[in-house]
Design a protein. Structure first.
Length: 246
C-alpha cells in the first residue's frame, strides 16, 4: 500500500483563503467601531446669531412677536390745489395839475343771474285783464303780458337780495306801481321810443320777498321778465377819486 499524506495539498489553498476572508471581515468591523467611538468635534461659533422661534400648534395661533419698524412715510406725490383768494376792492387815484375838465365815472359790474323768469312763468299770479302776446321782437323769449285795465296786477314771490323788472316802454303807455315788501314805487312806462327798460330795486336782506306790479293809470302797461341777480359774491369795482394839485 502507498503511504499518502494526512492532509491533501489541494485543500490547503481554500482553507487559507477562507481564513484570510474571516480576518478581513473582522478588521473592517473593528475599524467601524473605532470610528463610532471618535469624539465629536465642536462646531466653531459663527458671526451670524441664530434665534429659535417656537410656533403655536393650534390653527391661527402663533407665539411669534412681530418687530415694529419705524419707517418714515414718503411725502405725497400729488400737489395740493392752491388756495382761492378774493382780491379786495382797489381804489384808483388820479392826480392832475389843473382843474379837471370832466367828472370820471366808474361802470358798475353787472351781477351774475341767479334766476330769470319770463312773463309766462307759472308762478307769476295774474289778476285782472291781462293778455298774453307772442312774437314780440326784442323781448325775452319774444313774449309780453299786457294789461288794458287799470287795477290789474301780477304778484311774484322770490328768494334773493335784489329784483329787476323788465318791461317794454313806448308812446301812449301808462304807469304802474311796483310794491316790494310793502314799499311802493311809481314807474312810468311811457317813452318816445319803443325799447326794453329795466327797473332795479335796492339791495335787500337775503330771504323771501313779495313783488306786486299794479296797473295804476294811463294806457296799457306790460311785463316782459323778472330777474333775480346773484350778488352774493360781487366783483370788486375800482373807486375813482380825483385829487387836484394847486
Amino acid at each position: 500500500m502507498d503511504n499518502k499524506p494526512s492532509l491533501d495539498r489541494e485543500l490547503i489553498w481554500p482553507i487559507l483563503l477562507g481564513g484570510l476572508s474571516v480576518i478581513g471581515i473582522g478588521a473592517v468591523f473593528m475599524l467601524g467601531r473605532l470610528s463610532d467611538a471618535r469624539e465629536a468635534i465642536p462646531a466653531p461659533d459663527t458671526e451670524t446669531p441664530f434665534r429659535y422661534v417656537y410656533l403655536g400648534t393650534e390653527p391661527g395661533l402663533s407665539t411669534l412677536t412681530p418687530e415694529v419698524t419705524n419707517t418714515p412715510l414718503a411725502p405725497p406725490t400729488e400737489a395740493l390745489p392752491p388756495l382761492i383768494t378774493v382780491a379786495p376792492a382797489t381804489e384808483v387815484v388820479f392826480t392832475s395839475t389843473g382843474q379837471p375838465s370832466r367828472t370820471p365815472t366808474s361802470s358798475p359790474t353787472l351781477a351774475s343771474i341767479l334766476s330769470k323768469v319770463d312773463d309766462t312763468y307759472f308762478e307769476l299770479l295774474y289778476d285782472g285783464d291781462w293778455v298774453a302776446q307772442s312774437d314780440v321782437s326784442d323781448t325775452y323769449q319774444n313774449t309780453l303780458h299786457i294789461s288794458f285795465t287799470v287795477g290789474s296786477s301780477v304778484s311774484f314771490t322770490f328768494v334773493g337780495e335784489q329784483v329787476i323788472v323788465s318791461y317794454q316802454s313806448g308812446p301812449s303807455l301808462g304807469g304802474v306801481t311796483i310794491t316790494l315788501d310793502g314799499l311802493e314805487f311809481d314807474v312810468d312806462q311811457s317813452s318816445p321810443n319803443t325799447q326794453l327798460v329795466n327797473w332795479t330795486s335796492a339791495i335787500l336782506v337775503r330771504g323771501q320777498h313779495t313783488l306786486v306790479l299794479t296797473h295804476e293809470n294811463g294806457g296799457s302797461v306790460n311785463l316782459d321778465s323778472i330777474t333775480i341777480p346773484n350778488i352774493a359774491t360781487p366783483t370788486p369795482t375800482p373807486t375813482v377819486t380825483l385829487t387836484t394839485t394847486p
